[in-house]
Design a protein around this ligand. Structure first.
Ligand code: DON
Length: 305
């Protein structure tokens, strides 16, 4: 496996040149576009890495999977999906158009920014701090990594420039699809996006989901089989935004991307995969990360379809 991962890295290095590191959150632009890392975590708890697998990056939208799980643990599936939909949009991750023209009362799904902001608002807690602490401790548990924390510099950079997300949140507050204190919700959302991880961390999250909600390394159940099934399904249909269809055809693995350059992938009953490459395609997904997953899917016959 290690040899395969090393050749996957080498074969796909060139693709980074075709994309661009995210710059709409200014501090993200400091990432090295040549970094490329991969980690596979199998369900017997074995881990294989290659390339820049220990380089840290912020989870960004990968955190939407975590806040969805925490919101469901707090409120139950039915209540969460009464406030956010399950349908893909075919629009960009930060699109606002559907909030006015369609589905007026709730955002389409928990993977786009609007839906994730609503999901985070559903996490129980008396302050933003309490809510983010809950997200952090759940992230530490499902990665088996107690040192996971928020990258304060990225958080401040995102907070300073997050007007698009502020617009989404205030629009939703205006049409009553978002309740509570908007600034508090945005603090939780910006902070969850700024959680620092490496390939192994996200690979373990994928492995937990692949293992139907049980941590492969300890046997502890953290979410029900049913919640794990729902989360993976939403990752297939919405996890790569308006690239989800093409990704399903070419790769066929439930996955979630983030503009930090990570992709967390979960191959049911087989493995979790974490890839990192900060150069992004025009949809905001890691360009070389997708190519690496494509090669691995082909080599190991990982498509669920
Ligand atoms: O809200 C944002 O714009 C970022 N914090 C997260 C967006 C993101 O990661 C989209 N994914 N590819």
């Amino acid at each position: 496996m290690r040899g395969l991962l090393e050749s996957v890295i080498e074969n796909n290095r060139g693709f980074a040149m075709d994309g661009k590191v995210a710059s709409y959150i200014p501090l993200l632009s400091k990432a090295d576009p040549n970094h490329l890392g991969i980690c596979v975590t199998t369900l017997d708890g074995k881990e294989y890495t290659a390339g820049d697998s220990s380089v840290k990056f912020t989870m960004q939208s990968i955190s939407k999977v975590i806040s969805l799980m925490v919101a469901i643990l707090d409120n139950g599936t039915k209540n969460v999906f009464s406030r956010v939909g399950m349908e893909p949009t075919g629009d960009g991750f930060n699109s606002i158009v559907n909030l006015e023209t369609k589905n007026y009362n709730k955002p389409f799904n928990p993977m786009i920014n609007a839906g994730a902001i609503v999901t985070s608002s559903l996490i129980e807690g008396s302050s933003a701090e309490e809510k983010i602490d809950k997200i952090l401790s759940f992230t530490r548990k499902i990665t088996g990594n107690d040192s996971i924390n928020i990258n304060e510099e990225i958080y401040l950079s995102e907070k300073e420039t997050g007007d698009r997300n502020r617009a989404l949140a205030y629009f939703m507050k205006g049409n009553k699809s978002l309740r509570g204190d908007v600034e508090e919700v945005l603090e939780v959302y910006f902070k969850q996006c700024s959680i620092d991880v490496c390939c192994s961390d996200i690979s373990r999250i994928g492995a937990m989901l692949a293992n139907d909600g049980v941590l492969p390394w300890s046997g502890e159940r953290v979410i029900s089989r049913e919640v794990s099934r729902i989360v993976k399904t939403i990752m297939v249909t919405c996890g790569m935004y308006d690239e989800s269809g093409e990704f399903a055809v070419h790769i066929g693995i439930p996955s979630k991307s983030g503009v930090g350059g990570g992709i967390m992938a979960s191959v049911p009953k087989r493995m979790g995969i974490g890839v990192y490459g900060p150069s992004l395609d025009e949809k905001g997904n890691s360009i070389a990360g997708i190519k690496m997953l494509q090669e691995l899917s082909r080599e190991l016959d990982l498509s669920i379809f």
